[in-house]
Design a protein around this ligand. Structure first.
Ligand SMILES: [Zn+2]
Ligand SMILES: [Zn+2]
Length: 289
């Protein structure tokens, strides 16, 4: 009898586990706002709470008239993206973001003789990863909705680029290879926590070339949400209401209505580093090609 009841218990757990909504992670209710005109902006006066995103509802609540679709426009934050590396334009209700992948700052990873090449300080020639930044002069494209929405379920980040930094280069997560934590690669990171990899120059940690313990814009994650430094412009201090991905809804220096955005989490890693974005994506990730 005991074995039989154990069997039924296991079977029951298995069935529960098969339905993703009832997984180990508890259901997190989100407030969803009606988007009658389908412009990605929701009506703050018409809302409902649920775990799954209801049809016709979005996480945004800044639509002042939900009967007339707002004309898509480029987010003010894109003005902070490096003008030389980036080409950013609207395509219907999407934003196409193209970059050559080259950072707009000094690094020992530039080839000898390049005007931005410097001697290594934090790393050393012996510890540096193979390849120069200029080896990767290419084309990387990310297309996101002009108004991204939170997803019903979060998605784990993977290897390779997970977003674009405003410098022109790529944002990576906290892994250096399949199952290899970034620990192994720490000695190869330059003063701004960047190094070369098989595909591009990229950052894993708080990029000191332009952000150290502040609220600066870091870049855009592939789900369309912007990521800022460890502090939030809304309070001038470390946010205390972050979700598991370091995200929250508040005003920013680029949006006085308030919107969902990520922060570099203010938890020291290996005693002195701050990982930019280990994940998960709270929106729907788009491919970086
Ligand atoms: Zn790396
Ligand atoms: Zn914030």
């Amino acid at each position: 009898m005991k074995n039989l009841s154990t069997f039924f218990l296991l079977f029951f757990c298995f069935m529960i586990a098969m339905t993703t909504a009832c997984n180990d992670e508890e259901c997190i209710t989100t407030v969803w706002y009606q988007d009658a005109d389908q412009d990605g902006l929701g009506d703050s006066n018409v809302s409902q709470e649920s775990c799954e995103q209801p049809d016709g509802f979005v996480s945004n609540n800044t639509d002042e008239d939900d009967s007339v679709a707002d004309v898509p426009s480029l987010h003010a934050a894109f003005e902070a993206f490096d003008q030389e590396s980036f080409n950013i334009y609207l395509d219907g209700s999407d934003v196409v973001i193209e970059t050559d992948g080259l950072p707009n700052h000094n690094s020992p990873y530039w080839s000898d003789g390049h005007p931005l090449d410097i001697e290594p300080t934090v790393t050393s020639y012996a510890s540096m990863a193979p390849g120069f930044i200029d080896d990767f002069n290419g084309s990387y494209t990310l297309t996101v909705p002009t108004v991204p929405s939170l997803a019903s379920n979060s998605t784990a980040t993977g290897l390779g680029p997970i977003g674009f930094a405003i410098s022109g280069s790529m944002i990576y997560n906290d892994e250096e290879g399949p199952g290899i934590p970034i620990d192994n690669a720490l000695p190869s990171l330059d003063f701004t926590a960047g190094h070369t990899g098989p595909q591009s120059y990229h950052y894993h940690l708080e990029p000191h070339a332009w952000s150290t313990d502040d609220d600066k814009l870091i870049g855009i994650i592939s789900d369309g949400f912007f990521i800022y430094g460890r502090k939030c412009h809304s309070t001038g201090n470390y946010p205390t209401d972050l979700d598991a991905s370091g995200g929250h809804i508040s005003t920013t220096q680029h949006n006085t209505d308030g919107e969902y955005h990520y922060h570099i989490q203010n938890e020291a890693y290996a005693g002195q580093y701050y990982i930019i974005f280990p994940g998960d994506y709270q929106g729907t990730p788009n491919a970086i090609q």
